[in-house]
Design a protein around this ligand. Structure first.
Ligand code: GLN
Length: 292
């Protein structure tokens, strides 16, 4: 079943976590600049039915699972991912939700949607205190071009990953294509965690790159928070992939009315500097969830 809109409608699951930042990355004129009518917050099965693609935000996978169950959203989401097989992007807690298996899951179990043939560790990089930022290694030139755009040719250009109590992909099946890695211990930044201490997985040596992004058929997952940087490369990557998969065009605000074309230049993504104000806001939000 496809929605009636001729343009791609992207939903952002808005039960808990950093959903507002994702919406803003898709529609803000200084980010991707999609039409605000093509991105919706999703809280109910009816809202989900309006979408062609879905983002599961970062936050807390246990809380998202609990709220989804309480709101009658768990089965519609499972149906969306596993039966309808719609384009879906899970970031951080969203990656945990989409994984078939999660190590370090809540005692007594937690509700996952599954769909991605992989095993994650929920808090691979340690606690909130071990949050860090690091340049990401992208699979190949094609992925670099999709994510970095015109900066892909510059060998020193990199997307900065923001990791907050982040999961990592420990194992994956044949259908999963690894796309993004981080090598925290190769960096000089003193803030990066020492994985030999925090990593629960003895298989992972502390200097080995860790898999933090992958895709499999209609699913795309990232362990970091692209919505907390000023770079919308991964949002463009997901939106373009979903557009190709569904055959529905992206609707940009600049194409909706001639009055908005003048500031087109401003809409191009800037260098991947961290948006400190937004990041601090979300970090304090995460701290609040942890206390709950
Ligand atoms: N580790 C968290 C979880 O299990 C995810 C953290 C995040 O989304 N920043 O949900």
């Amino acid at each position: 079943m496809t929605t009636l809109s001729p343009h791609l409608i992207i939903g952002v699951l808005s039960l808990q976590g950093g959903f507002a930042e994702h919406v803003s990355h898709f529609v803000s004129p200084s980010r991707l600049g999609l039409s605000s009518s093509s991105v919706i917050e999703v809280r109910t099965p009816d809202e989900l039915a309006l979408c062609d693609a879905l983002v599961l935000p970062g936050g807390e996978s246990t809380a998202i699972g609990l709220i989804a169950a309480r709101q009658g959203m768990l089965e519609p989401l499972r149906d969306w991912v596993n039966v309808k097989k719609k384009p879906t992007w899970g970031t951080c807690a969203g990656l945990v939700m989409l994984s078939d298996k999660a190590e370090g899951a809540k005692e007594g179990g937690q509700a996952l949607l599954g769909g991605m043939d992989c095993k994650v560790h929920r808090n691979f990089f340690g606690s909130q205190m071990a949050s860090f930022e690091a340049p990401l290694v992208l699979k190949d030139e094609a992925v670099r071009k999709s994510v970095l755009g015109s900066r892909a040719g510059d060998a020193s250009a990199a997307f900065t990953g923001v990791f907050i109590r982040a999961p990592a992909i420990l194992e994956y099946g044949n259908d999963v294509e690894p796309l993004v890695w981080v090598a925290p211990r190769l960096l000089s930044d003193a803030n990066v965690p020492d994985l030999s201490v925090t990593s629960p997985s003895s298989r992972q040596s502390s200097s080995e790159p860790v898999l933090v992004g992958a895709r499999s058929k209609h699913l795309f997952v990232t362990a970091f928070h692209p919505e907390l940087t000023s770079d919308c490369g991964f949002h463009r990557f997901f939106a373009e992939t979903a557009s190709l998969k569904t055959g529905k065009k992206l609707l940009f605000a600049r194409d909706e009315s001639s009055t908005s074309t003048s500031s087109r230049q401003e809409r191009l993504p800037g260098a991947p500097q961290l948006d400190a104000e937004i990041r601090d806001k979300v970090v304090s939000g995460v701290q609040t969830w942890m206390k709950q």
